[in-house]
Write a protein that binds this ligand. Structure first.
Ligand code: 5GP
Ligand code: ZN
Length: 110
């Protein structure tokens, strides 16, 4: 496997601080935030996308971790996004949930 930036971050190989972490998941701030609070919630285990995903228990834990990370960052209202595939806007091929909050969101998204 080539160097995957989210594997490197999750493994502690960068200076990126974690907003939340547990045995299976880490959450940290997006380097190019699209909202006042923009977190990325990432399984420690490398899977490319939701299509290659973890079992259903691990997926449930990932979503629960997003809720905890949002709370940790002071958010009670937020949006969770999972871009899957290039057409949907996925640019990093390691499954991640975006947690966005701190501003009013438009719907539908672009
Ligand atoms: P995607 O476009 O795949 O749904 O989301 C990938 C996100 O990862 C983007 O919002 C991008 O700004 C963020 N990102 C890419 N590289 C890094 C990095 O090295 N550190 C952090 N914190 N975020 C990154
Ligand atoms: Zn990875």
């Amino acid at each position: 496997m080539g160097p995957c930036i989210f594997c490197q971050i999750a493994g502690g190989a960068t200076a990126t601080p974690f907003v939340y972490e547990d045995d299976e998941v880490v959450a940290f701030r997006d380097i190019q935030p699209q909202a006042p609070v923009h977190l990325l919630v990432v399984p420690r285990r490398h899977v490319a996308s939701l299509n290659d995903a973890l079992d259903e228990v691990a997926l449930g834990r990932l979503l629960a971790a997003a809720r905890r990370a949002a709370a940790q960052a002071g958010l009670q209202q937020y949006r969770v996004v999972v871009n899957t595939g290039a057409e949907a806007g996925q640019s990093v091929l390691h499954l991640h949930l975006h947690v966005l909050g701190g501003r009013v969101m438009a719907w539908p998204p672009g």
